[in-house]
Write a protein that binds this ligand. Structure first.
Ligand SMILES: Nc1ncnc2c1ncn2[C@@H]1O[C@H](COP(=O)(O)OP(=O)(O)OP(=O)(O)O)[C@@H](O)[C@H]1O
Length: 332
């Protein structure tokens, strides 16, 4: 059995001239909470729709729970709970009656145990008290939880959730996130799309970043944290000598550093800011970067008057902006 819950190879979707999803190779480990992150329009929903067999791929392949899609749709779908653009609930039926309708449409769901399943799913998402209330009178958060209850009617190996907290108030958002955590704690693989960096940071073990149809990065959240570029900043009146030392250490210096003065370590008049890039974990190097003390020692040995020194690491937020080339919505 594959250790990947989802795997795609060169998965592509074209709408006329537009490439919505461009040859992506997704690898979603079983048991992970995989955050599928990207700005609006980057191709997340289209990818999810292909994974669930709701739309055909133009080219490439997708395997879900070890089965080729869409060929294995009938085998796989009963094991996958999905929340994609909130299901259409009948507003005049109660929450429980709506779930019973969806359950009745699932030919794998035995009718004799339907009432029990519906009650358990409502309980799981904290809606038991509103079971008999009309779905049309539910708040947005309650509707979203009803959607999750619908995804949970049957036992699932994989949950695919498209922007599950979109449009929710902070309380609803907290509730849905804590539900997602509880699904993951039960061992269910969760594939969740989001345009919120903070959400992915709080919820996920793994992350994949989409930008303009392409999967520009994926891995564990920790790998991601380490993949950002770091740089050395030296404030000194001996800029030339400092550059020579840094380049001898294998660190490429900027000819004309773009750093803003206020971001620089403090220095006096006549001081220059010399900036050098430290190799990143994913730059193909051996990962052996000189330690801060070794850099300072080498500078001092060569008579460079070091008046300020700092190593700065790109924040996760900057990293996402770098990868996607656009401003990221980082509000929790
Ligand atoms: N049925 C369609 N016909 C034509 N173009 C489409 C269709 N569905 C999506 N697109 C286009 O494909 C691109 C990717 O859209 P998609 O909805 O997958 O992005 P997304 O990352 O999910 O964005 P959002 O967060 O806004 O849902 C967009 O430019 C969109 O306009």
């Amino acid at each position: 059995m594959s250790d990947l819950a989802i795997r795609t190879d060169g998965l592509t979707k074209r709408f006329r001239a537009q490439v919505a999803v461009d040859a992506i190779d997704l690898a979603v480990p079983r048991g992970s909470v995989f955050g599928f992150l990207g700005p609006n329009g980057s191709g997340k929903t289209t990818t999810i729709r292909m994974l669930l067999g709701l739309v055909g791929a133009t080219s490439g392949t997708a395997r879900v729970l070890g089965t080729d899609m869409p060929k294995g749709l009938d085998d796989v779908l009963p094991r996958v709970g999905a929340l994609v653009e909130g299901p259409a609930f009948a507003p005049f039926l109660s929450g429980a009656a709506n779930l019973a309708r969806f359950d009745a449409a699932d030919r794998h769901a035995p009718p004799s145990t339907r009432a029990r399943r519906v009650a358990a799913a409502l309980d799981r998402v904290g809606l038991s008290h509103a079971a008999r209330k009309k779905a049309g009178a539910y708040s947005l958060g309650m509707k979203q939880r009803l959607g999750l209850a619908n995804a949970l009617l049957m036992p699932r190996d994989l949950l695919v959730l498209d922007e599950p907290t979109n449009g929710l108030d902070p309380q609803g958002t907290r509730e849905v996130r804590s539900l997602i955590r509880s699904f993951a704690a039960d061992g269910t693989t969760v594939f969740v799309s989001s345009h919120l960096l903070a959400e992915v940071e709080q919820l996920c073990t793994h992350v994949g970043v989409m930008s303009a149809g392409r999967l520009v990065a994926q891995g564990t959240l920790d790998e991601f944290r380490r993949s950002g570029a770091s740089r050395v900043e030296v404030v000194t009146p001996d800029a030339e000598a400092a550059r020579a030392v840094l380049s001898r250490l294998g660190l490429a210096t900027d000819a004309a550093p773009a750093a803003r003065p206020e971001a620089a370590p403090s220095g006096g008049s006549g001081d220059a800011l010399v900036v050098a890039a430290l190799p990143t974990d994913d730059s193909g190097g051996d990962g052996e970067e000189p330690a801060a003390e070794a850099i300072v020692a080498a500078l001092v040995r060569d008579g460079v008057r070091v008046r300020g020194f700092a190593i700065r690491r790109t924040s996760l937020e900057q990293r996402f902006v770098e990868l996607t080339g656009e401003g990221f919505d980082v509000v929790a």
